[in-house]
Ligand binder design. Structure first.
Ligand SMILES: C[S@@+](CC[C@H](N)C(=O)[O-])C[C@H]1O[C@@H](n2cnc3c(N)ncnc32)[C@H](O)[C@@H]1O
Length: 236
């Protein structure tokens, strides 16, 4: 485990209950989650895997879409957030929702119909590689969706970019992005890397921009040739 990984897990475990409130109650966040899930377009009966599921703020939205015959699996590597997620699943009696401790970049599953990740790309050292791994997991015609925050390019949001960068700095776990001069720059680079890779691998991409341009959503269907060519490139 790297210093950055340990610091991230320590940070999210310590602030898991606070994070849970922020993740569910911030004005506009429920609509943003709905937008990501609309871009994912899960169908009744699907198995949907959420990478970096945190405290499970997306679970109720996902459950509604996959219905009683579908399954939701949340993967996260931080014990503290998984404990909050598990408590919620048990309390609500959601028998078709499961949480698993694991690394989203090396998912502990071998198949799924759809994969989503919200507010996670910015925490991955190689987000494009992670998106490729998720595309391979769902296979051709499987679905991927991402929802991420980054500095705004909209005329309405741009004046607030300095405030946003300050918030990113204040909430970046020590040992990871703080080593960078600007954690917001790192966040932007990782957002672009993940979303560009999704664009490259998917067809029928749906896009949405929210929160004055600070929130970016993308989702699509994995192209047949995308996964094949990735497999060929890896020699598998
Ligand atoms: C900002 S939180 C987002 C949580 C949730 N997706 C949401 O929308 O509220 C990022 C989460 O990603 C998890 N995470 C980051 N990198 C990860 C990795 N490589 N494998 C698994 N989980 C990871 C962290 O533990 C944290 O719970």
């Amino acid at each position: 485990m790297t210093d950055g990984t340990a610091a991230t897990q320590e940070f999210y475990s310590r602030y898991a209950t606070v994070y849970d409130l922020v993740a569910r109650r911030t004005p506009g966040v429920a609509d943003l989650r709905e937008s990501v899930i609309a871009a994912l377009d899960p169908q009744p009966g699907d198995t949907v895997v959420e990478m970096g599921c945190g405290t499970g703020a997306n679970f109720p939205h996902l459950r509604e879409r996959v219905g009683p015959s579908g399954t939701v699996v949340g993967v996260d590597f931080t014990p503290g957030v998984l404990a909050v997620a598990r408590d919620r699943v048990e309390r609500e009696g959601w028998e078709n929702v499961h949480v698993v401790r694991g690394d989203a970049t090396r998912p502990p599953l071998c198949e799924a119909d759809a994969v989503l990740a919200t507010f996670v790309s910015g925490m991955l050292p190689d987000p494009a590689a992670a998106v490729r791994t998720w595309a391979t997991l769902v296979g051709p015609d499987g679905r991927l969706a991402l929802g991420d925050l980054g500095r705004s390019t909209s005329p309405l949001g741009r004046p607030l970019n300095a405030v946003f960068a300050g918030l990113v700095r204040a909430t970046t776990p020590p040992g990871g992005g703080r080593r960078m001069d600007s954690p917001a720059t790192l966040l932007d680079e990782r957002l672009v890397a993940a979303h560009s890779e999704l664009e490259r691998l998917c067809t029928g991409v749906r896009r949405d921009v929210r929160a004055l341009g600070f929130a970016r959503v993308r989702g699509g269907r994995v192209r047949e040739d995308a996964v094949e060519s990735e497999a060929n490139r890896d020699g598998t």
